[in-house]
Design a protein around this ligand. Structure first.
Ligand SMILES: [Zn+2]
Length: 282
């Protein structure tokens, strides 16, 4: 049985010396239960290594997710970029299947601009949805059907992926569940997630609009500017915002099952601090 709220690092634990695909046992021994494999700079992992990751994770009861490459833009007006983005997510689905990843996390893309150079949010969302339809056709033609894509709330105001857009994309497709990066929401809202009530309203929106068994989350303290996300910070750097206690209290009180992937510079070490805060709440 997977515990109700589990924690893990975004990538290889900071003091782990081996290859990333062998990290699951180390993660379990530390006391963590989740692992987000990082493919942000490209999916170079082969089938053999990915299957080792799957076996190690199953043996150690570590829940695996994968972060797809950053260079995806589903809402581009350039055909070539759309084709490349489809190819990348197609490959990610294949790799996710090999490694038994329960979510494929990705950043949906960037807003197109109107003539007056404001963001054309409506058309960007429409294009992203039509691109995903093409991706599904390609997956279907190749008999790849064991996947769950998890578009992430993004941290820059120029990026497609505010909470409402992520909900809209997930509502459009089966096999789509959100990744809620709370730090990104905090950064793109210029710090406007300050109280437990603020977290509650995010969770109730998700609960009202989507059918989520387990909520996949990213967490870190974060620095932002007018355009959004700037830099991730450790939990100890408490002059930067986003309070972990408030998120965890809100998840517990609203009876959510959740996976919290820690994206602070101290990955697994801060994930353990988050777990400790959680255990003191229940
Ligand atoms: Zn991300």
């Amino acid at each position: 049985m997977i515990p109700k709220i589990i924690f893990g690092p975004a990538g290889r634990p900071i003091n782990f010396k081996g290859p990333g695909y062998k990290a699951s046992q180390y993660i379990k021994n530390e006391g963590l239960d989740a692992y987000e494999y990082q493919g942000g700079r490209g999916l170079k992992i082969g089938e053999k290594s990915a299957r080792i990751l799957k076996n190690n994770s199953n043996e150690n009861n570590v829940l695996v997710s994968i972060h797809a490459p950053y260079f995806i833009n589903l809402s581009s007006n350039k055909e070539k970029i759309i084709e490349n983005s489809i190819d990348i997510l197609f490959k990610a689905a294949q790799v996710a299947d090999w490694m038994g990843a329960y979510r494929i996390v990705f950043h949906p893309g960037y807003y197109l601009k109107n003539n007056n150079s404001s963001f054309d949010k409506v058309n960007s969302l429409k294009i992203a949805i039509s691109t995903i339809k093409k991706l599904f056709e390609k997956l279907d033609e190749n008999n790849i059907n064991n996947f769950c894509f998890a578009p992430e709330t993004t941290g820059k105001k120029s990026q497609l992926g505010n909470l409402e857009e992520i909900i809209a994309i997930c509502n459009e497709f089966d096999q789509f569940k959100p990744t809620i990066d709370f730090a990104h929401l905090y950064a793109r809202n210029e710090g406007n997630i300050k109280t437990k009530q603020d977290f509650n309203s995010i969770l109730s929106k998700l609960e009202d609009e989507l059918n989520i068994d387990r909520l996949h989350c990213h967490f870190t303290r974060i620095e932002y500017s007018k355009s959004g996300e700037k830099r991730h910070h450790t939990l100890a750097e408490s002059n930067f915002g986003l309070e972990p206690e408030l998120l965890l209290k809100s998840l517990v009180e609203n009876d959510f099952k959740a996976t919290i992937i820690c994206e602070s510079p101290l990955l697994d070490e801060d994930a353990l601090i988050l777990k400790n805060i959680y255990e003191n709440l229940i």
